[in-house]
Design a protein around this ligand. Structure first.
Ligand code: F6R
Length: 260
């Protein structure tokens, strides 16, 4: 795992966006795995700026989102369909036919999930999967004790995640308890993982993920076994890493040919 510590979330988002820009320039038909939540917002803003000002072209890009709530309409303000439309897709030129987000209203969840996996395979697999991390170490909505080999499926959210996500729903409205999420095994098959983590509240999860034991109690820790994971944090989120001075030294002395 490569760990890049930046002073601010804005700086971190720029590094992450540059990684994706270079991938798209190298491979115009790149397949992006996308996340929702607060964490990737700066990244999406920066990618939209690159599209607007630098002509970054998403017309050949295909996307697959990690997850969606079950039982709310895709028009609901807190649905991940709406979130993605408002924070990213309406600002770039990914063709609508290339956008994939789990359907939380499907009448046959197992069949939908199998088909989602098949669509990822047919697209040639995910080139880079954007990830945030939950306070409990979840990735996608793979909560603690999720199988580290799991595939896209239904999951029940923990109380902690429901409370954390209440901020996206109006007062008095309850957060759905069930979601469709890519599995940990699905995420592990992507060529690159780009994990972003910001703020002191994520410091414990980041330390467990990067330096703790590999355990289903912290699903993100399996990324220690991933062939190419880039973890980009701000300073507060890195504060519990025991080897942060080493990670900063590595980044500062990266050979030029390895820089992006
Ligand atoms: C979102 C997702 C989740 C979030 C995580 C962190 O698609 O899969 O794993 O990345 O819950 O959420 P934020 O970024 O809101 O702190």
């Amino acid at each position: 795992m490569e760990i890049i510590i930046q002073s601010t979330p804005e700086d971190a988002a720029k590094v992450a966006a540059l990684f994706i820009k270079q991938l798209i320039e190298r491979k115009p038909n790149a397949v992006l795995g996308l996340a929702t939540g607060s964490t990737p917002l700066g990244l999406y803003t920066e990618l939209a700026r690159m599209h607007r000002e630098d002509g970054l072209d998403f017309s050949g890009v295909t996307t697959f989102n990690l997850d969606e709530y079950i039982g709310i309409s895709s028009e609901h303000p807190a649905s991940y369909h709406r979130f993605m439309q408002e924070s990213f897709f309406s600002h770039v030129n990914v063709p609508t036919k290339n956008i994939h987000i789990p359907d939380g209203n499907t009448s046959n969840i197992p069949r939908f999930c199998e088909r989602y996996e098949e669509q990822i395979r047919q697209a040639g697999g995910i080139d880079v999967q954007v990830l945030g991390i939950g306070h409990d170490g979840h990735i996608g909505f793979n909560e603690p004790t999720s199988s580290l080999a799991s595939r896209t499926r239904i999951k029940t959210l923990t109380e902690e995640t429901i409370v954390a996500n209440q901020r996206f729903f109006t007062l008095g409205e309850s957060v759905p308890h069930h979601v469709i999420t890519m599995g940990v095994g699905t995420i592990m098959e992507s060529q690159n993982c780009l994990m972003l983590a910001f703020g002191a509240g994520k410091a414990q999860a980041v330390a467990s993920m990067a330096e703790g034991p590999i355990t289903a109690m912290c699903p993100a820790s399996i990324l220690q076994m991933h062939r190419k994971t880039l973890l980009i944090t701000d300073l507060p989120a890195s504060s519990l890493l025991t080897k942060s001075a080493y990670y900063q030294h590595v980044y500062a002395h990266k050979p030029n040919w390895q820089r992006f």
